[in-house]
Design a protein around this ligand. Structure first.
Ligand code: 13P
Ligand code: SF4
Length: 314
């Protein structure tokens, strides 16, 4: 995990550049602690989308993965959106290339699909979608989808299955998965539960059904904060990416948070989220690069289903 000790100079340089650039720093809950601590806002994909749309800053420095920065540009095209590392991708996004989705929809035109895409997808996929969702609002979005249409859920099969169970609404699923969350197994979680019988288990819906069945709560990263704060339990096993532990320890200092282990290691890192470092954040603010650029026609088509999501989740 790329967590070099933060140099005070680097932190000061970032804060100085932020002021000079009139920038806002948005960070996902999975970012390293040094980035979370320098950010103006730390949250989940849904909260970050609202922040990106509503900010008055001229520059958005987006510390997350590429599709998140791209979403910020789609909803706020007048801003310069930079990201520390342009190669910070996402296995879910990669599992559903836009040309494949386009071909699938063409081949299944008789199904007249209403396409619900998880925000972890490219602008090209969003442009082919009717509405976008995040893990924080997926149940609500599916409940609002037209009752007389066949639903196609893209690209996370595990999240889609969880939403199907919550809503009772059948959906056809794209067969994508998050490579981090499928690393947790029933055995690895059962083992850690046995060691900490007093702890509640909170799991992200990108986990498999076998893991979700062992959880006391299945929810988005932001809802994990709300749940752990309100729940009287003294300890929580956190079954998601490792950056979440820092956010939870900051928000609930009186509680104990235990990393949900995989079969291979004690906690799970997303290699894409962990590509971002303080030095790369400083550089992107300094050079205003790498920046998200997008063809306007694509941006407009991708924006419509995101705006529908933001409207439906209020
Ligand atoms: P959240 O929207 O719950 O923060 O999840 C984003 C993500 O990438 C999970 O792997
Ligand atoms: Fe994508 Fe999984 Fe990383 Fe989230 S944790 S950004 S879904 S690869």
């Amino acid at each position: 995990m790329a967590t070099s000790a933060p140099s005070l100079d680097l932190r000061d340089e970032i804060l100085d550049l932020k002021k000079r650039r009139n920038a806002v720093i948005l960070a996902h809950n999975y970012q390293i602690k040094e980035i979370q601590e320098v950010a103006d806002y730390v949250g989940d994909s849904l909260g970050l989308s609202y922040q990106a749309r509503e900010t008055d800053a001229e520059v958005i420095a987006f510390c997350g993965v590429h599709f998140m920065a791209e979403t910020a540009k789609i909803v706020n095209p007048g801003k310069t959106v930079v990201l520390p590392d342009k190669d910070a991708g996402c296995s879910l996004e990669q599992s559903c290339p836009a040309p494949q989705l386009e071909a699938f929809l063409r081949d299944h035109a008789d199904r007249n699909y209403y396409v619900i895409s998880y925000i972890n997808s490219s602008a090209g996929v969003k442009a082919l979608s009717d509405v976008i969702c995040t893990s924080g609002n997926a149940v609500r979005i599916v409940q609002k989808a037209p009752a007389d249409r066949n639903l196609l859920f893209v690209p996370d099969e595990n999240l889609g299955n969880w939403v199907e169970q919550q809503t009772g609404r059948p959906m056809d699923m794209w067969r994508g998965a998050c490579y981090v969350h499928v690393e947790f197994t029933r055995e690895s979680i059962a083992r850690i539960k046995a060691l900490h019988p007093e702890a509640k288990v909170v799991a992200h819906p990108e986990c498999t059904l076998a893991v979700r069945l062992l959880a006391d709560e299945v929810c988005s990263t932001e809802k994990m904060v709300t749940y752990c704060r309100a729940n009287p339990a003294p300890a929580f096993i956190v079954v998601t990416e490792s950056g979440m532990l820092h956010r939870l320890r900051r928000e609930c200092p009186d509680k104990t948070f235990i990393a949900g282990p995989t079969d291979h290691c004690a906690c799970a890192d997303c290699r894409y989220m962990k590509m971002n470092t303080l030095a790369k954040l400083r550089d992107c603010l300094d050079h205003l690069s790498p920046a998200i650029e997008m063809e306007e026609n694509l941006r407009r088509r991708a924006e419509a289903p995101i705006l529908r999501m933001l409207e439906w989740s209020r």
